[in-house]
Design a protein. Structure first.
Length: 443
């Protein structure tokens, strides 16, 4: 055998070997393997546990893989090339997730629908029977679920079952306070407030998904003992909050039009709440005054605010006085005058202070330049909260006096059980919103 023939043989053998390796790697589908690795690394950084990391990796990966298979089946009929397919996904994502007005969202979705129909007709696509059956079964399951929730009997079962689920989600959202986080918080409080921290204890807050509330006790620069509330928000809290908001988004189609905020990052979430608390406190709305926002580690922040001594959340109170009802409505009226909306009015976010005082907490969902619909929805939720703890006729009469007939009439359209705050839906009797509507004068 000549040297040239031997060289060609080696080159041919190497080429075959490279081709086989490339074929094996393409069969493995390295794109999805890289996606699984990214999810695993992301989950390990935040949950540092093998089982939880595996769950946090497997669930989103399987959902994304199912989406990929669905796109593989339908995209050839909906997009002529890869660029158009990416445009379809981007258009749907932006139209559904961005904070748009209702008519703007509908216009974007209608444009996408026209494009999809035109592409399907131009390509002469035929939808497989299997895909039609799968989509039909999914739609039937969604419709059956929503119809079942509309029945009074199943709503009662849902309300009883939702409480332990809510508490389980709250426990999952709790972040452990590491020695490093504690040391950084202690140093920041000493540098910024001259405060010497002596203890850091958890605050029992049922149903809180977006944070881990802690009570900081110690001495101020004047030697007086005082306490602050440290709202620890970590990447783990943010993940649970995103999951909860996505579930609410998919579950309550009408409520999602009010533009609930789905924060793209942990930093955006905590900075927004810090700003809204400062804005509302300076404007005279009864909220805990923030004292500082501190980064404790790479994915954990502490929002420190005044601790309201002897305050009790409305969910722990059986009945309230008419004076408290009026104070709560006056506080909401001040927020409405600022064109602000709390967007998360519920019993756990309304505090009863000594001498029938009131305070709002948890401004993570609050918005400025809210608009009439969000303000009306806040008022509807407030009326239901107050009517659960005071005589409903007196609550409506106080609202008509302090808010005005026009404002109360605007809130009347949102006094339906399925349009209430999701937490209120679990606690409120089905007929209470209807009884409140009857007490409000019509057009």
């Amino acid at each position: 055998m000549s040297a040239l023939a031997l060289s060609k043989g080696l080159q041919g053998g190497a080429g075959d070997l490279i081709g086989r390796i490339a074929g094996l790697l393409s069969a493995i589908d390295l794109y999805w393997l890289a996606a699984a690795l990214a999810l695993a690394f992301f989950g390990w950084q935040r949950r540092r546990g093998l089982v939880l990391t595996a769950v946090n990796t497997a669930v989103p990966w399987l959902l994304l893989r199912a989406l990929g298979l669905l796109l593989l089946a339908v995209v050839p009929c909906l997009a002529r090339n890869a660029d158009a397919a990416l445009g379809l996904v981007v258009a749907l994502g932006l139209a559904l997730l961005l904070r748009l007005r209702l008519w703007q969202r509908r216009l974007c979705l209608a444009t996408v629908a026209v494009g999809v129909l035109a592409q399907a007709l131009a390509a002469g696509c035929r939808i497989s029977a299997g895909l039609v059956v799968a989509v039909g079964v999914a739609l039937a399951a969604v419709i059956a679920y929503r119809v079942a929730r509309g029945w009074l009997l199943t709503r009662g079962y849902w309300q009883r079952a939702a409480a332990p689920i809510n508490e389980w989600l709250a426990r999952q959202a709790r972040s452990p306070i590491t020695p490093t986080m504690r040391a950084v918080l202690e140093a920041r409080l000493r540098q910024h407030l001259g405060f010497t921290m002596e203890s850091l204890e958890p605050l029992g807050a049922a149903g809180v998904h977006a944070s881990t509330p802690m009570v900081v006790a110690g001495c101020g620069p004047d030697g007086v003992r005082r306490r602050y509330l440290a709202k620890i928000v970590s990447g783990q809290n943010w993940q649970v909050n995103v999951a909860v908001e996505l579930l609410r988004y998919l579950e309550s189609w009408r409520r999602r039009r009010l533009g609930r905020v789905l924060w793209p990052s942990l930093r955006a979430l905590v900075e927004h709440e810090h700003y809204m608390l400062l804005f509302l406190a300076d404007a005279g709305v009864p909220v805990p005054r923030p004292r500082g926002l501190y980064r404790l580690e790479r994915s954990a922040y502490a929002l420190v605010s005044d601790f309201l001594e002897s305050a009790r959340p409305l969910q722990d109170v059986d009945a309230v006085s008419l004076a408290f009802v009026r104070q709560a409505l006056l506080a909401l009226r001040r927020m409405r005058e600022l064109d602000c909306a709390h967007n998360d009015v519920k019993d756990s976010n309304i505090l009863l202070l000594p001498d029938d005082g009131v305070a709002f907490v948890d401004a993570a969902m609050a918005t400025s330049v809210a608009g009439p619909r969000r303000r009306a929805h806040d008022l509807a939720d407030m009326l239901v909260c107050l009517a659960r703890h005071h005589e409903k006729t007196a609550v409506v009469a106080a609202a008509l006096e302090l808010i005005g007939e026009d404002g109360v009439r605007e809130a009347r359209r949102y006094l339906h059980h399925h349009l209430l705050n999701p937490e209120l839906q679990k606690q409120t009797p089905v007929d209470l919103p209807r009884e409140l509507r009857r007490l409000i004068p019509g057009e």
